[in-house]
Design a protein around this ligand. Structure first.
Ligand SMILES: [Zn+2]
Length: 354
């Protein structure tokens, strides 16, 4: 079964990687968790350091989605995905890239930053946040169980009635850089996880010819389905490589994906950090519940951390809603999801080696 929480996941990851003969390292976050314990991103590598072809498999970029992504990593390890690695290949698992988000069951990190909107050039002007600014007051009401919330919900309904659900989704999830207490906030500087990720790229892939990255996410799409999403621009080398390594079922945000076009995607870090390496990153997005429920859970959780009380009844209720919105707890769903992981990662590895 998929792990119950960050602590259980971390232990299971260590056990499974050690058993499979992986080399482990831990990167402790400078802040301890709210539970007083160390919080870390853990890495396991399999195969020769001199390998020319590198596959990196990441979970927990959006913390709470680590509940699903770590289950996928464990499923791969238990199926023996790392047992017979060809000489020219290396496989690197990154567990909980955003560890505070995973511990707290949040999409965002310790600063309410959405890591997958944080990979933007912070020295340049930020994108225009006017579309988000319009919906921000509806998303973050003053209370969650009172009249402010009811009014906010009514305004959201009206927005959807007049402008459509996709306009709402686009305004929210594109990423914004102005409202630090809002949703999909990309931050004003590279986050700790952003810096660590670039160091991991250097360490594990700088010597390689080719690098494929699979970043496990969950939430959007039909329940149990897996959508492969690439942020690569049309006709770029990454676009071509993504199609070659992962097959032509890949979708592109804003065109054919359930995910909208957005700023600050993690995929841009590959060519920025390792311009000499042929590389592509694909998000494997596993469907859980409807977009309406995802949005409700994200609003509730955002409200909770901005204005709510830790350890309250409401806290437990909203955290339960976050969990059920981003991971399935039934066996058939989890089996299907591990199948997706094996298919996607198996295909990527085969693609790298041809
Ligand atoms: Zn995600």
């Amino acid at each position: 079964m998929f792990p119950a929480d960050y602590r259980a996941s971390r232990n299971a990851f260590f056990d499974a990687c050690r058993q499979a003969g992986g080399k482990m390292e831990s990167h402790e976050h400078p802040l301890r968790g709210a539970d007083g314990d160390v919080v870390a991103t853990d890495v396991a590598s399999f195969g020769a350091a001199s390998a020319s072809q590198v596959l990196m498999i990441v979970c927990g970029t959006h913390g709470v989605e680590g509940l699903c992504g770590s289950g996928m990593q464990l499923g791969l390890l238990q199926r023996g995905f790392c047992n017979r690695i060809p000489q020219q290949a290396r496989i690197v698992f990154v567990h909980a890239l955003n560890p505070h988000g995973f511990l707290e069951l949040r999409r965002t990190n310790e600063d309410n930053v959405d890591l997958n909107r944080n990979f933007i050039d912070h020295s340049c002007a930020y994108p225009d946040d006017a579309a988000y600014a319009e919906v921000h007051p509806m998303l973050v009401p003053a209370d969650w169980d009172g009249s402010a919330r009811r009014e906010a919900d009514a305004r959201i309904e009206e927005f959807v009635r007049i402008r459509g659900a996709s306009a709402l989704q686009a305004a929210i999830s594109r990423g914004q850089y102005t409202f630090s207490d809002g949703l999909f906030y990309g931050g004003r500087a590279p986050s700790w996880s952003n810096g660590l990720w670039r160091r991991l790229l250097q360490k594990y892939a700088a010597q390689a010819q080719s690098l494929a990255v699979v970043d496990f996410h969950s939430g959007l799409g039909r329940r149990g389905a897996c959508e492969l999403i690439s942020g690569a621009t049309a006709n770029s080398q990454e676009h071509r490589l993504a199609n070659t390594w992962f097959g032509d079922g890949i979708v592109f945000p804003g065109l054919t994906s359930t995910a909208p076009a957005a700023a600050g995607y993690m995929g841009s870090s590959l060519v920025e950090t390792l311009p000499e390496v042929a590389s592509a990153l694909v998000v494997a997005e596993i469907g859980t519940v409807s977009f309406d429920q995802i949005l409700l859970a994200l609003r509730a959780d955002n409200w909770l951390h901005a204005r709510g009380q830790r350890s309250s009844k409401q806290w437990r209720k909203i955290k339960a809603l976050m969990e059920e919105s981003f991971v399935g707890r039934d066996r058939p769903w989890q089996d299907e999801v591990v199948e997706h992981a094996a298919r996607v990662c198996g295909r990527a590895l085969a693609g790298l080696l041809t």
